[in-house]
Design a protein around this ligand. Structure first.
Ligand SMILES: Cc1cc2nc3c(=O)[nH]c(=O)nc-3n(C[C@H](O)[C@H](O)[C@H](O)COP(=O)(O)O)c2cc1C
Length: 644
């Protein structure tokens, strides 16, 4: 097409009621690859895929097509969701459904493509087929959306992920992109947009669940002449990766959501606050913003609506606390990233004292769908008080990990057992951590609880921003709580005493119970017990008196673990025993004389020379020198080393 850009812009501007002439529909179908006359290979490109080797997969596919003189189209797409399927590749031969393959590393490319092109498909790495309108089905091959991982999801926010090239604005627009924005600025006033979003029941997806439309209204109603819109894409909780994946997969949807939100509050300037190390997400956002400007979707007097908007990306090295909204604002103002007392809330007095709306990535990515389909459409999904869906980054010990999206009201059990396919390696389930370092543990008794802000809160569970970490029997709850507290201690900005001193003291006490000092006298033992007695007290003071959410929620994992795993704490404190054998300081390794062959593997690898013996005779471990690192246990090929 001579002027694809003009055609694409006309397409966005086309009113809902207008129908496209047949030749225009053909262009869109080509952009969506619903009509192809040559094979297409889609390879997922994102942080996880790159780590898994997708760049080599791409080169191997290029070489294959060149060497075989085949004309094929190669497309870099976002991730489809299951991260341990990376590198993923979909192959579409003209007229037929896409075939979806998992773990296609470079050496698998040639046999895979040979198989597909010669109708001799090796199904080892085949996940299934993806149906496209009017395409021929592959007989005997299941549809991907029938697999439990996909069948139990409701992919609205993730709807575009893995389907298009996230660096190509034309492809986004061909999938109805930016129509909601243009519809919004052409048809609605600021107040109307706020009301539509309020009516939809959309709630902030960063965890708090505050009404998004209401927050926008508060900023709009301030009467100020200038306002700011900020997308909080900081996401620095250990184990959280869903926001970054959303940005990498569908950056245009975020830009569109931000553009609508900015319009709703009459903000001419919007900022995306990103982690400095989210390089891939940054690159995709930069491309998206640049092309949106070129298409007139950002800039001054957008499509003659009188509305002007620009979006800037700010990457800050910052700390975890900089994700807290007032600390975030301080950072953007060039001050130290420390939180401020609220009220005033940012919606009334935020960046440079101006009304500022701060929203999470997932919250904003829901907005174009609401404006396009209406608030009732959104309310039809999910529960009465928590409409819509929730995206989670599932990690840990599940068989499948990745970014998933379920309808609100779905049980946690469904996510664990059907979407993540249970626990890997046949281990026992222990708990789910929702909300990461400030979250709580969900044990098997609570798995039937529905994902819903109210229901979860009634059960003492916070929704969190999207971290869903699965733990198995090999997790030591005391050590995990200690690890989370260490993170919080390191991340506490130090501005308020309860958080600064509380996290430090709690960590000190937790550390004292995961090791067994050989020279502990009665006095130190008493000190240790005294500390343990103080833990709950410190936790409650921190919750009640800390300045911001970091200090207020830092004791959550401890309190939650104490409630459900009290006996593990008692074993550590009284019996000096770690049932998961994780706490190094409590482990004693013993060599079984009957089984030891004297191969020397353990002695040669011991970092503190605590293992002695004569070659081909049984060895022994000097307990006083042993640090409990467990290397001997790992290297012994004869199962001669046991943990006491
Ligand atoms: C210590 C701390 C870190 C936070 N980090 C983030 C973050 O990385 N991303 C985020 O969206 N919200 C984060 N929040 C919540 C924000 O303060 C704010 O409530 C949120 O961005 C509002 O978005 P929402 O209304 O769309 O949920 C954090 C809060 C605290 C206390």
């Amino acid at each position: 097409m001579a002027d694809l850009k003009k055609f694409i812009i006309d397409r966005i501007l086309l009113a809902e009621s207008d129908t496209l002439p047949p030749d225009s529909e053909k262009v869109l179908q080509e952009l969506r690859r619903e009509k192809t006359d040559k094979p297409v290979i889609y390879i997922s490109f994102g942080t996880a895929a790159i780590i898994a080797g997708c760049e080599k997969t791409w080169s191997a596919a290029q070489t294959y097509f060149n060497d075989n003189g085949l004309k094929a189209e190669m497309v870099k797409v976002g991730c489809y969701g299951p991260l341990n399927f990376e590198p993923m590749a979909c192959i579409q031969i003209p007229g037929k459904n896409r075939l979806f393959f998992r773990n296609i590393t470079e050496e698998k490319v040639e046999p895979l493509l040979n198989g597909v092109f010669h109708n001799d498909i090796d199904e080892t790495d085949l996940a299934g087929q993806i149906g496209n309108r009017g395409f021929e089905m592959w007989q005997g091959i299941p549809f991907v959306d029938e697999l439990p991982f996909f069948a139990n999801q409701k992919r609205l926010v993730l709807g575009n992920c893995g389907c298009y090239d996230p660096e190509n604005i034309n492809e986004y627009i061909a999938r109805n992109g930016f129509r909601a924005f243009v519809k919004t600025i052409s048809n609605y006033t600021f107040e109307e947009v706020c009301s539509i979003v309020e009516k939809s029941g959309l709630r902030g997806r960063s965890g708090g669940g505050y009404s998004t439309g209401l927050k926008w209204k508060q900023a709009l109603n301030t009467g100020s002449t200038s306002r700011y819109m900020i997308c909080n894409a900081r996401e620095s909780d250990p184990g959280a990766f869903s926001d970054r994946t959303l940005i990498e997969n569908d950056p245009y949807r975020l830009i569109e959501g931000m553009a609508i939100a900015s319009y709703a509050i009459g903000a001419p300037k919007a900022i995306i606050f990103l982690r400095k190390d989210s390089e891939y997400a940054l690159q995709r956002l930069q491309t998206a913003i640049k092309s949106a400007r070129e298409y007139g979707l950002l800039g001054s007097d957008i499509f003659s609506s009188g509305y002007s908007l620009d979006i800037e990306i700010r990457t800050e090295p910052g700390a975890f606390v900089c994700g807290e909204e007032t600390a975030l604002i301080s950072t953007l103002e060039g001050k130290r990233g420390m939180p401020q007392l609220k009220p005033p809330y940012p919606a009334t007095s935020g960046l440079f004292g101006k009304p500022t709306v701060i929203n999470n990535v997932e919250t904003l990515m829901n907005v174009p769908m609401i404006m396009q389909n209406g608030p009732e459409w959104f309310r039809a999904t999910g529960t009465e008080k928590s409409p819509g869906t929730k995206v989670f980054g599932v990690g840990g010990k599940g068989r499948i990990c990745g970014v998933i999206e379920v309808e609100m009201g779905t049980s946690l059990k469904t996510v664990l057992e059907d979407v993540a396919d249970g626990i890997k390696e046949g281990k026992e389930f222990k708990a789910i951590v929702l909300g990461g370092t400030s979250g709580s543990f969900i044990t098997s008794e609570k798995l039937d609880i529905a994902i819903d802000y109210e229901i979860m809160s009634e059960n003492g569970i916070g929704m969190g921003a999207g971290g869903f970490i699965i733990l198995d029997e090999n997790t030591c709850m005391v050590d995990l709580v200690r690890y989370y507290m260490e993170f919080m201690r390191n991340e506490s900005c130090g501005k308020c005493i309860p958080c600064r001193e509380g996290t430090g003291r709690m960590l000190e006490i937790l550390e004292s119970i995961i090791k067994k000092p050989s020279d502990e006298d009665t006095g130190t033992t008493l000190e240790r017990f005294k500390g343990v007695m103080q833990l709950e007290n410190i936790a409650s003071v921190m919750k009640d008196t800390s300045l911001c959410g970091l200090g207020q929620t830092a004791p959550n994992p401890f309190l939650s673990a104490l409630k459900d795993f009290r006996e593990e704490f008692e074993e550590h404190i009284f019996d000096r025993k770690c049932r998961a054998n994780v706490c190094r300081g409590l482990r004693t390794f013993i060599i079984d004389f009957e089984k030891c062959t004297g191969c020397t593997a353990c002695a040669s690898r011991c970092p503190v020379n605590a293992i002695y013996g004569t070659r081909l005779q049984p060895f022994f471990i000097v307990e006083e020198k042993c640090t409990g690192c467990g290397i001997c246990y790992e290297v012994c090929k004869f199962n001669a080393i046991t943990v006491k």
